[in-house]
Design a protein around this ligand. Structure first.
Ligand SMILES: [Zn+2]
Length: 215
């Protein structure tokens, strides 16, 4: 029987940057305002944005956790576009068990759905965390990007950022703050490009998935 035709609709897995979106306690909240307003007689509407780059759906550049690491403008764009696997690790202690039988050479990007951050307006008090050896396990299988639906890949109170460092050592780039509820396990085309923010430690991304044909 021939495979079902693929859906050609993009799935948006980005948290909208709205007033009131949660940010790290003590960090700079997201704000958009119109500096010039047509409603106030200006010829055009022109807005400006203030935000931590770690609010909402974003990339962590290696410079975020390593003073010698690559800044956002130095990130390779090809990492952020291409085949990806969405895995459901809800309730799992060992996230790698959700990847049993998955050919990661075909999907060297892995997005982990934990369900651990359901409300964009509330910063979580605790989050699921991957097992300590997962970064090396993924690096050994050629994975070059992971994403989580959480504000961090480390425990929220971590000062050593062990997972960030282990992922960086393995050459694996990090997306955080994805919105993956309702996204089925499987293979997708991912687009999640950071802005070329010169000298930056991260960037908001617009992350979208296109379901791929199975088989
Ligand atoms: Zn971050």
């Amino acid at each position: 029987m021939p495979p079902a035709p693929p859906s050609r609709e993009w799935i948006d897995i980005t948290r909208p940057l709205a007033a009131g979106i949660a940010c790290w306690p003590g960090d700079v909240p997201f704000r958009f305002r119109l500096g010039w307003q047509m409603a106030a007689g200006a010829a055009v509407n022109v807005g400006n944005v203030t935000t931590s780059v770690h609010t909402g759906t974003h990339v962590d550049s290696p410079f975020h956790y390593d003073p010698a690491g690559a800044t956002t403008d130095r990130l390779p764009v090809d990492v952020f576009v291409g085949p990806a696997w969405v895995a459901d690790v809800t309730g799992l202690d060992e996230w790698k068990t959700a990847l049993a039988g998955v050919d990661l050479s075909a999907t060297p990007r892995v997005l982990f759905r934990t369900g651990g951050w359901p409300d964009d307006t509330q910063f979580p008090t605790a989050i699921p965390v991957m097992e300590a050896d997962l970064p090396d396990w993924l690096a050994g299988r050629g994975v070059k990007l992971i994403g989580v639906d959480l504000p961090s890949v480390d425990p929220l109170d971590s000062k050593t950022l062990d997972r960030h460092h282990a992922l960086g050592r393995g050459g694996i780039h990090i997306l955080e703050g994805l919105r993956l509820d309702g996204v089925a396990v499987g293979r997708y085309e991912l687009v999640a490009l950071p802005l070329p923010l010169v000298g930056a430690d991260g960037s908001p991304v617009r992350a979208v998935l296109m379901p791929m044909e199975r088989g």
